[in-house]
Design a protein around this ligand. Structure first.
Ligand code: GLC
Length: 534
């Protein structure tokens, strides 16, 4: 049997459904409490049945795990907790046999403090060429006791410093934790090394690369205070970045590889610059991911997204959740349905029934929009954000905020696969690395597997039906206040009702799928979406 035709298409990424695998929490193949590549390999049939086109893996490289693997010690290997490089190659090949492509996560802004380059820099001492690969500086103040500048931590809510002083007097920059020293991207060796890392993974069969913290790499070489030199920003969205990504693009083009950038920028015009034809293929749409459940706001986010992408010819991406933010059913079940790191708090009241209803409608909305869709593991099961007991928290965001920010562990809990098995079938013989809530088994795959009304049933059916929308542009349809309705060239219609009263459906020949039951007389209830054949 040959590969399904869609996997051969060179522009597969323009409309793909991409499933995000947080390996540590996906499935535990060797039973040691931590998810691994063996676990993913065993679940490939599940992913094929779900119908996804590609998998994006969070970093799987050797790492001291001070930031969930975003502290990489070696970019050309696999952490022993997850498996081996040979096993990653097997996984990439087996996934491809099922018609599923692989996207790896590259972390170019910083390395782990255990990376060979940083260890060499520490050993070599102040003024050494080894230190030029990072941002080492003497301190300010009479005795160099003050940090070199005033830059804020990139973990929102954290007032922890971004400079750490060494016993030899030098300070080094780390926008995230002290265990994640920032690389100096003005140094040619840094650029060479990363292009070589890209080649390394493309040669192993990966189809794409997710670029972590993509807008932070370039720094003003003078490292000026932010307060006195805010424009251009000394470390966010600097123009030098585009030159870096143009040269990355030539590496990707040699291997038919694609990029998806983690670019958090409020200005759509600045954002779109990363998506020019000779730069990144796609970037995550954080406007949509953080948007409140409100018809006007969603419409503005969708229109704004499409308008920003149009001039550069890049497809949009649609994301409801990832490993950094509050699970969708929880977020939509709260008074504030948007997402903002700054307002994320402990003890926020949540109505999970309401949130789940909305998340189902949002799934149909995002899967009908033109572009690629990212589904974070567990979203297809409707998992809520979990409360992690303080003693079990792992996320540095929590610690760097002095315990005031809940951090991101609540969306990283090991998946439930089989309701009757220990740890809901995650595969562990011992307690998994993060505890699962008491009711986790009720979300297990085996509970949803054969139920077309489950979240899993909805996702499967929606992904299967999605081609009915075709690849044409979005055309809005007239709709009452609080209702979103649009069609695409192929004639399918998506309607989402966010208004309090039920809405009449537009003229159609067939109801293809709905996120919940319709009212009598076929009207669409509040917080419900439907796909129709025109
Ligand atoms: C990105 C990752 C996040 C990580 C940070 C630092 O935002 O998604 O998980 O903590 O970069 O690498």
């Amino acid at each position: 049997m040959g590969q399904p035709s869609h996997t051969r298409r060179a522009d597969w990424w323009r409309s793909a459904v991409i499933y995000q695998v947080y390996v540590r929490s996906f499935a535990d193949g060797d039973g040691d409490g931590v998810g691994d590549l063996a676990g993913v390999r065993a679940k490939l049939p599940y992913l094929a049945e779900l119908g996804v086109d590609a998998l994006w893996f969070n970093p799987w490289y050797p790492s001291p795990m001070k930031d969930g693997g975003y502290d990489v010690a070696d970019y050309r290997a696999v952490d022993p907790a997850f498996g081996t490089l040979a096993e990653a190659e097997k996984l990439i090949a087996e996934a491809a046999e099922s018609g599923i492509r692989t996207i790896v996560d590259i972390v170019p802004n910083h390395v782990s403090d255990q990376h060979a380059w940083f260890r060499a820099a520490l050993a070599a001492g102040p003024g050494s060429p080894e230190r030029e690969l990072f941002h080492f500086r003497p301190g300010r103040g009479r005795h160099g006791e003050l940090p070199p500048n005033d830059w804020p931590s990139q973990f929102v809510g954290s007032t922890a410093p971004v400079w750490t002083r060494l016993p030899d007097g030098d300070w080094y920059l780390h926008l995230f934790t002290p265990e994640q020293p920032d690389l100096n991207w003005a140094h040619p060796a840094v650029r060479r090394e990363h292009e070589d890392i890209l080649r390394f993974w493309f040669e192993r069969g990966v189809a794409g690369v997710r670029i972590d913290s993509a807008a932070l790499l370039a720094k003003d070489p003078a490292l000026p205070d932010l307060a006195t030199a805010p424009h251009p920003h000394p470390f966010v969205d600097r123009d030098e970045l585009h030159d870096i990504y143009r040269s990355w693009r030539t590496v990707a083009d040699d291997h038919d590889g694609v990029f998806v950038g983690e670019v958090w920028l409020p200005d759509p015009e600045r954002f779109a610059r990363y998506l020019r034809p000779d730069e990144l293929h796609t970037a995550f749409n954080f406007s949509f991911m953080t948007c409140p459940w409100d018809a006007g706001r969603l419409r503005a986010s969708i229109d704004g997204t499409l308008a920003a992408h149009a001039p550069v010819g890049a497809p949009a991406t649609w994301v409801l959740c990832n490993h950094d933010v509050t699970r969708t059913v929880t977020r939509y079940g709260r008074a504030d349905t948007g997402f903002d790191f700054a307002t994320k708090a402990f003890g926020t009241p949540t109505d999970l029934v309401l949130g789940t209803r909305r998340a189902r409608a949002a799934a149909l909305l995002s899967l009908a929009l033109p572009g690629a869709v990212y589904v974070y593991q567990g979203e297809e099961l409707g998992l809520p954000e979990a409360d992690i007991p303080a003693a079990r928290v792992q996320d540095p965001m929590y610690f760097r905020s002095g315990g005031t920010a809940p951090g991101r562990d609540g969306c990283r809990v090991p998946l439930p696969w089989a309701s009757a098995e220990p740890y809901a079938g995650f595969g562990s013989r011992e307690e998994p690395w993060l505890p699962q809530p008491a009711d986790w088994a009720s979300y297990a795959v085996d509970r949803q597997q054969d139920d077309p009304g489950s979240m899993l049933g909805l996702y499967r059916e929606a992904i299967r039906l999605r081609p009915v929308f075709g690849d044409g542009p979005l055309r809005p349809l007239p709709a009452p206040e609080g209702v979103l309705a649009f069609t695409r060239a192929q004639g399918a219609i998506c309607v989402v009702n966010l208004a309090a009263s039920p809405a009449a459906l537009p003229v159609h020949s067939e109801l293809l799928l709905s996120s919940g039951p319709l009212e009598d007389r076929g009207r669409l209830p509040q917080d419900t979406a439907a796909w129709l054949r025109a």
